[in-house]
Design a protein around this ligand. Structure first.
Ligand SMILES: [Zn+2]
Length: 250
């Protein structure tokens, strides 16, 4: 099977592993140069989640390998990515390494869902409050187009982009960042939007909780478009971005 005759093997089929060791081995063979699913002095990642990670990475890397997939203590990951702490962060893609933060809320799909629904409630409240404030402000400046946009957002309700609904979404979001590293076309779009000072648009987007950092705004949005794309929700994805995902056969 080792290609003695120089025959290139076709892409392997993803198969859920039945043990963490197997999941690590599979990841090392197919998607990453270095894999850690067992943090030092701590119990391993849940097998179901390890499989989700492997599958979600594999569906986009297509034969390429990440530098690493690391599930570890928050402080170790913070150190690795050059931060003081990871705060609310669950996962990150940093210099071609996918980091998954060891947190109680990630230890089962059920725990994650509870954590997400809690932050969703807070986010919805915040969203409403912010729209009310925005409306008051733009009434004083009599900016009709913004007021109209706010009205539409009020009708739609909160669209909490950043809130992955599952652990799979979480991994896919990070892989969305990886996708961007693979596409110059996508980089052009996100850079163009990020650098443009569309203050009003940014303001509205902020309340969709997209704007984590001022410059990272479109980057997060493009990652979330990727999550939507993988979930088959295509309506909100701008055509130019949708075309890129399709062209990349993701
Ligand atoms: Zn992100």
């Amino acid at each position: 099977m080792s290609g003695a005759g120089g025959i290139q093997q076709g892409p392997v089929q993803f198969m859920p592993a039945t043990s963490i060791k197997e999941a690590e081995d599979w990841a090392m063979n197919n998607i990453a140069q270095k894999v850690r699913f067992v943090p030092e002095n701590y119990s391993p990642i849940e097998l179901e989640f390890a499989n989700t990670i492997n599958e979600s990475v594999y569906e986009v890397t297509k034969g390429k390998k990440l530098k690493g997939i690391i599930y570890d203590h928050p402080w170790k990951i913070a150190k690795a990515i050059g931060r003081d702490s990871v705060g609310d962060m669950y996962a990150a893609l940093h210099e071609d390494v996918l980091y998954i933060v060891r947190k109680e809320t990630l230890e089962s799909e059920a725990a994650f869902k509870v954590a997400i629904s809690d932050s969703l409630k807070i986010s919805k409240k915040q969203f409403k409050k912010t729209l009310t404030e925005l409306k008051a402000y733009y009434k004083t400046t009599k900016n009709e187009s913004i007021l109209k946009a706010i009205k539409e957002l009020e009708k739609e309700g909160s669209k909490p982009w950043q809130l992955s609904k599952s652990r799979r979404d979480l991994v896919r979001h990070e892989m969305g960042h990886w996708v961007e590293t693979q596409s110059v076309d996508l980089q052009k779009i996100t850079n163009a939007h990020t650098n443009k000072n569309i203050t009003n648009y940014k303001k509205l987007s902020e309340y969709q909780n997209v704007l984590n950092t001022k410059t990272g705004h479109w980057r997060e949005l493009s990652s979330e478009y990727f999550v939507s794309y993988k979930n088959g929700i295509l309506d909100d994805i701008p055509k130019e971005i949708l075309d890129i995902f399709k062209k990349m056969e993701l």
